[in-house]
Structure formats: structure tokens, C-alpha cells
Design a protein around this ligand. Structure first.
Ligand code: SF4
Ligand code: SF4
Length: 361
């Protein structure tokens, strides 16, 4: 949303970097910094990544919105600075992987609580109320075409790790990012150095080898979305390629492995934000497979899991059941093998085949 324009010479004097960063903290952001609202050299890498086909089926990253990402001024003509801000979401529950229980549905940590878009936007709106009259602004929380991670790096919030997450030296990588474009020129922060060093834990731990070499010096690694569990369980509407399914384990929405193993997350602080506390922590697969569309809506409508849609979620639950093959799953899977949605049908049949194979052995 943009407020009516007024000459900026006077307002620029009344909005200081110090005030803005202090207000960001007071409005509930754990991290905040300022980047210039200009094109970044990282755009070139993003273009190459798309050209290499690494975005898989994510049309919103490859269609006309790709060009819009070149310059943040496409989002707000008058933008001169970007306030990049983050809110931590790590709740006290352990990483799901440590439960070592394949009969539980593993949902990525970021999706355990309420939808972060609403939580972050509400905080930015509080902050906007403090801006001097005449300052134009636009709030972007993960839905506008903006290279958020790269601007967050430019704003000094962290470096981009080999796992492609933004990592903050003191706070790790469990945070949500948002941006506020501002029509005022403010002194920018300095990006921190890359502190991954010779570590390759995320690359080694990825079950599908989705972190692949770029063939160039910087960045040396990139994500092949077509191999990533997060892409297939959240974004893709298709059946998952069969050779990948066994590596998905019990993941039914997203995957945290490359963040769980990162040493910079060992001492990552926990959030106190009530909205990010888990609503359904690792529920039993059987319960998830038996959900009606109505029950799915009641449980996940206001959480990020909603993005997978009921059909995508059921497809993922079938994969997880096939990876934890148990005779007692057969009746539920036989019902799902009659589902109207082809991907659910296919995955249910695949899971039944895995169970039949396990029972023969
Ligand atoms: S989210 Fe999972 S599958 Fe994707 S790169 Fe990270 S470890 Fe690999
Ligand atoms: S696990 Fe190691 S290489 Fe991967 S992002 Fe973390 S520090 Fe970097």
C-alpha cells in the first residue's frame, strides 16, 4: 500500500536509520537491517539458475514475474531503501527427525504454527503507523516478486549458506523474512562474510542430493528444486517421480534436514511468538490419511500446510505410508487408491505395492 506522495526532502530528515531499526525491534522483529532499493548482482545468478532448469515447475519464479525481480523499484517506483526484517520461528519441540518414528507425519518446522504471512504483515503494519507522513512504502511478505534472501544479505542479516538458506551468525536460519520498501534514502548495512567455510554437512545429509554444484566459484552450490523434498511435497501438484519417493521417508510437508544439520543452528534461539507454537506436532500417518477434506481444512486452513491442498497432502501421506510399510495401512490405502485425483491414486497404489513387498520379505 502506498500513501500519497509529498516532497521527500523534509521527510527524509525526519526518518532516521536508528529510529527505523528500533521501531522494527519494538514491533516484534528479531532481525532488521537496511539494503539499497537497487538491482543486485545476484539477479544474474537467479537468471542462470532458472536457465539451468533448477526451478522445476515453479512458474511464479520463471514467468513474467522473473523480470520484475530485477529491480525492486518495480514494486514501488519511489523506493530508495528496503527494510529487511525477520522473525524467529523455532519452537521448543525437537527436530522431527530425532523422533526416529516413521509412523508419524513429518511436517517442516516453519509450518507447525500459524501462517507467517499474516503474522509478519501485522508487525510491518504496526511499524508503518510510526512512519512520518509523506513516506511512501510497500510491505512484501513472500508474495511479491523480490529476491528477499539476497536483499536480506545486502541488509546485513546473514549470508546465504550452501543449503541456500539465509544464516545469521548468532541466530541461525530458523526465521521468516519480510520487506518494507521505503521512499527514503537511508544508510545501508554491510553484508557479512560467508561463514560456511569447508563444511558440507547439508550437502552430505540431503536424502535426495538436491544441493548440486553450480560449476562456478561463487556461489559454488545451488538447489535443484526438481530433486528437493520441499518442492515436491509443497509446490508440485504432480505425482512424485518414483525413484525419489523412497528418499522422502516420513516427510509429508517440506523438509528441514539441511537446516537441522547446520552447525549455526545448534544454538539458535527459540521464539516466544504464540502463533508459531505447533498445532499438530508429528501426527500419526493413519490419522492424516483418514482426514476428510473438512477435517483437513479445520486443522490446516490457517497454517502454511494449506498450500499443499488436501489432494497434495494426501499424496504425500501415501508416500510416507509406503516408506513405513505396515499391514494395518492397507484398508486406508485401498480407499485412497480409488481417489478421483490421479496423483493420490497413483501414490496409494505405490504404497500398497511397498507393503506387499515388505510382507513377502
Ligand atoms: S530441504 Fe531436504 S531435500 Fe531439500 S535440499 Fe534440504 S535436505 Fe535436501
Ligand atoms: S551445514 Fe555447513 S555448509 Fe551447510 S549451510 Fe550450514 S554451515 Fe554452510
Amino acid at each position: 500500500m502506498a500513501l500519497p506522495s509529498t516532497p521527500l526532502a523534509s521527510t527524509a530528515l525526519r526518518l532516521t536509520r536508528e529510529d527505523l531499526l528500533r521501531w522494527a525491534r519494538e514491533c516484534g522483529f528479531d532481525l532488521a537491517g537496511i539494503a539499497p532499493a537497487q538491482p543486485l548482482p545476484e539477479f544474474k545468478f537467479y537468471e542462470q539458475w532458472v536457465q539451468r532448469g533448477r526451478a522445476a515447475g515453479m512458474g511464479y519464479l520463471t514467468d513474467h514475474r522473473m523480470e520484475a525481480r530485477r529491480d525492486p523499484r518495480h514494486l514501488l517506483n519511489s523506493a530508495q531503501s528496503i527494510l529487511m526484517a525477520g522473525v524467529l520461528y523455532k519452537s521448543p519441540q525437537p527436530s522431527i527427525g530425532t523422533l526416529d518414528d516413521p509412523t508419524r507425519a513429518w511436517i517442516s518446522r516453519y509450518a507447525w504454527g500459524a501462517d507467517y504471512h499474516d503474522v509478519l504483515r501485522a508487525r510491518f503494519e504496526l511499524l508503518a503507523k510510526r512512519l512520518p507522513a509523506g513516506v511512501e512504502y510497500r510491505i512484501c511478505v513472500d508474495t511479491a516478486p523480490l529476491l528477499e534472501r539476497d536483499y536480506a544479505r545486502a541488509a546485513g542479516l546473514g549470508w546465504i549458506g550452501k543449503n541456500t538458506c539465509l544464516i545469521n551468525q548468532g541466530q541461525g536460519s530458523w526465521f521468516f523474512l519480510g520487506a518494507m520498501l521505503l521512499s527514503v534514502e537511508l544508510p545501508a548495512d554491510v553484508p557479512p562474510p560467508d561463514r560456511c567455510g569447508s563444511c558440507t554437512r547439508c550437502i552430505d545429509a540431503c536424502p535426495t542430493q538436491a544441493i548440486v554444484p553450480t560449476g562456478q566459484a561463487v556461489p559454488a552450490w545451488e538447489l535443484d528444486a526438481g530433486l528437493c523434498i520441499s518442492y515436491h511435497t509443497i509446490e508440485s501438484r504432480e505425482a512424485t517421480p518414483e525413484p525419489l519417493r523412497a528418499a522422502f521417508g516420513s516427510h509429508v510437508f517440506g523438509c528441514d534436514i539441511c537446516q537441522d544439520v547446520c552447525p549455526w543452528n545448534r544454538r539458535a534461539p527459540q521464539t516466544e511468538v504464540a502463533e508459531f507454537q505447533p498445532r499438530a506436532f508429528a501426527p500419526p500417518l493413519e490419522q492424516m490419511a483418514a482426514l476428510t477434506e473438512e477435517q483437513f481444512r479445520a486443522l490446516f486452513r490457517e497454517t502454511p500446510v494449506w498450500r499443499a491442498k488436501y489432494r497434495g497432502f494426501l499424496r504425500n501421506v501415501c508416500t510416507a505410508m509406503g516408506n513405513a510399510p505396515r499391514r494395518e495401512y492397507q484398508p486406508l490405502l485401498e480407499q485412497l487408491a480409488q481417489h478421483a485425483y490421479p496423483a493420490v491414486k497413483q501414490h496409494a497404489q505405490w504404497a500398497l505395492d511397498q507393503i506387499a513387498k515388505a510382507l513377502r520379505e
